[in-house]
Unconditional design. Structure first.
Length: 263
């Protein structure tokens, strides 16, 4: 048993809402101690109130800041110096025509969606190495299966997360650390409320108009649990992601034509 009498410990970025909060609630309900990390401190306080008393601590963390990573993980690990699961989940959605994108938005997306994951993995390694059967879990996306027109930089960051996951899965296996990713399609979270540049729609409305399906956030949380405890390196989540995975392998020509249509 670890500190405070809990058997396992999971640290979750983007934990104030969406996939992060749903996953934290699931793990806490199954007896884990949870570290909720986010830049939204008010959201963290609300999220902590939704978990069972004493099951969660909160940590202000901007994933772009290496010093904040080190401080937050050390605070959560405490005297044991071990963390069983670090869930690199924080991310932002950027949609619109790539040629018209603001360069600052492109840099912002890369800094959070990829460099934030890389910094998290680097900072988490010593804590994971001290915990038997530990796991680094990264949130990739169905957009990391095949390049998504109309969300080019977002898609590129998710390909990068996928590649980092595969590389570290090989590097860290001798240390007893599993490295996994979840690859969800469109999940009903606040990310879908992001505006589509050059349009009076948000991502949610554009996805709905395209006839694509939303996956409940609870289903993603269950996939995160399976990923941590299973053998698959990448766990796809949702019908759209499952179809893309199938098409990428068996009918890539048709997928290429379909993905040529902007979201």
């Amino acid at each position: 048993m670890g500190e405070q009498g809990f058997r396992k410990r999971v640290f979750v970025t983007g934990g104030a809402s969406g996939i992060g909060l749903a996953t934290a609630e699931l793990f806490a309900a199954r007896g884990w101690q949870v570290g909720l990390a986010d830049i939204d401190e008010a959201g963290l306080a609300r999220a902590q109130g939704r978990l069972r008393e004493g099951r969660a601590s909160t940590h202000r963390l901007d994933v772009r800041d290496r010093q904040e990573w080190r401080r937050a993980l050390a605070d959560f690990a405490g005297e044991s110096g071990a963390i069983d699961v670090v869930f690199n989940n924080a991310g932002v959605a950027v949609c619109g025509v790539f040629a018209d994108a603001d360069p600052g938005e492109l840099e912002h997306c890369v800094a959070i969606n990829f460099m934030g994951v890389a910094y998290g993995a680097h900072a988490a390694y010593p804590y994971l190495k001290r915990a038997a059967g530990s796991c680094l879990l990264n949130t990739a996306s169905a957009a990391g299966i095949y390049g998504t027109s109309g969300a080019a930089i977002y898609s590129a960051t998710k390909f990068a997360v996928r590649g980092l996951t595969e590389a570290l899965e090989g590097e860290w296996r001798p240390d007893g650390i599993k490295v996994r990713s979840i690859m969800p399609s469109f999940i009903d979270t606040p990310l879908l409320d992001a505006a589509v540049p050059g349009s009076n729609q948000n991502v949610r409305e554009r996805v709905r108009d395209a006839g694509l399906e939303f996956t409940p956030v609870e289903k993603v949380a269950e996939a995160a649990w399976r990923a941590v405890h299973g053998d698959e390196v990448h766990v796809v989540v949702g019908k759209t992601a499952e179809r893309m995975k199938f098409a990428a392998r068996w009918i890539p020509g048709q997928l290429r034509k379909q993905m040529g249509k902007r979201l």
